[in-house]
Design a protein around this ligand. Structure first.
Ligand SMILES: [Zn+2]
Length: 396
């Protein structure tokens, strides 16, 4: 046995030990006398699934905070048009390492990286090397579909680091090109992820009519989503992720979470960019709870929102059978949360996690059975030092 997490309380309620071997969860229950190579005493801590950030531009980490007042047009011109294209492979490596460190520190164990910096195969190599070092689970969304050979090798990735195809969508290119890119992803068995709006001008209806929606596709934002479009997405099992903090800050509009939920869909949550949003998912959880209560006019239980950053995010990016819950057979991606030892067992624990905790309360982070944060400190990465060390790309 590799790892025993002993005496914690599951976020779903109840005391349990978690046995981990070979990077996966072997058993969850009470196992007095169990032994392992490593034992974490989780007394007083909450054991939760690692958070899943299903939409993040990880390589923008060095640009943190530069876009507080940027409109989408400013962002496209400055960040996408000028700053990211200036990245050399070593910048892409450093930026990815920094972004991954910030995510892990906040309890995010999996990230779908809409990776704007895969401009050349050397950049892609640099990004993949950073993920090998970082230890986080990553779905690397290659964003240069014109280089089909480089995209093709993403389809060969297995294990903790896997590939996806990140496309710009019809809002940024022609329809035929978008269809070709979706088909390239389908042919290679890669999830295709793209930004899109809902409502007037949205590509969703046309994607549906042309038979292109489905679980192989992952739509991000969809602000303005109509009830009818939400049904098309839910009916076809298309993945949906909302990033409410960035969407509100940049003026994209109200989160589509509740409209999608009303159609039976379950959206995942993403940080998106740290140019104008914090690096953690706790704020997105809280925002989603508040907007969902307002949209439904109910006291929707706070505990019910936690799935948006765990199992629903995992499902939105095609990882439902590997991560997102603490169950035997799943990969051992877990976090231990501090600060709620005084609460009684029950659904109140998950509700409290959603409403009052933050990155500082992330005590331990385990990915694939490996401990990456321990007693509140990352084990092998130091975001502060990484930030200082970055010769980095220009930020102006
Ligand atoms: Zn985005």
């Amino acid at each position: 046995m590799d790892l025993l997490i002993s005496g914690g309380r599951l976020v779903s309620g109840g005391r349990a030990d978690v046995l981990v071997d070979g990077g996966r969860i072997l058993a969850v229950g009470l196992f007095p006398g169990a032994r392992a190579d490593e034992v974490i005493d989780a007394a007083g801590l909450i054991v939760a699934p690692g958070l899943v950030d299903s939409h993040r531009h990880v390589g923008q980490a060095p640009l943190r905070g530069i876009g507080a007042d940027m409109t989408l047009t400013d962002y496209i011109t400055t960040v996408l048009g000028r700053l990211l294209p200036a990245y050399e492979p070593e910048d892409a490596h450093h930026a990815t390492l920094l972004g991954a460190a910030e995510a892990l520190d906040a309890g995010i164990t999996t990230v779908l990286d809409f990776c704007n910096v895969t401009r050349t195969p050397e950049h892609t190599d640099a990004v993949l090397a950073a993920y090998r070092t970082a230890g986080i689970r990553a779905v690397v969304g290659h964003n240069n579909p014109a280089d089909a050979a480089d995209v093709r090798r993403m389809a060969g990735l297995r294990g903790r680091i896997t590939g996806a195809l990140a496309i710009n969508g019809p809002g940024f290119g022609d329809w035929a090109g978008t269809v070709r890119e979706i088909e390239l992803g389908r042919e290679l068995g890669l999830l295709v992820t793209m930004h899109a709006g809902g409502g007037p001008g949205s590509p969703l209806r046309r994607l549906y009519d042309e038979g292109l929606l489905g679980p192989h596709l992952h739509m991000v934002h969809v602000n303005g989503l109509s009830g009818e479009e939400a049904k098309l997405l839910a009916e076809t099992g298309t993945g949906v992720t909302v990033t409410p903090i960035v969407e509100a800050t940049m003026g994209h509009g109200v989160s589509a979470y509740s409209t999608f939920a009303a159609a039976g869909g379950r959206a995942g949550l993403g940080v998106d960019v740290t140019v104008n949003a914090p690096a953690d998912l706790f704020e997105a959880l809280r925002d989603t709870l508040r907007s969902h209560r307002a949209a439904t006019g109910t006291m929707h239980p706070a505990a019910g929102i936690l799935a948006a950053a765990t199992s629903d995010s995992a499902a939105a990016i095609g990882l439902a059978d590997r991560i997102g819950t603490i169950s035997p057979g799943r990969r051992a991606d877990l976090i231990l949360l501090d600060g709620l030892a005084h609460l009684p067992d029950g659904p109140g624990l998950a509700s409290a996690v959603v409403t009052v905790l933050g990155p500082r309360d992330v005590h331990t982070v385990v990915v694939d059975g490996r401990i990456l944060k321990r007693d509140g400190e990352l084990v092998h990465l130091d975001p502060h030092r990484l930030r200082q060390a970055g010769s980095g790309p220009p930020t102006r």
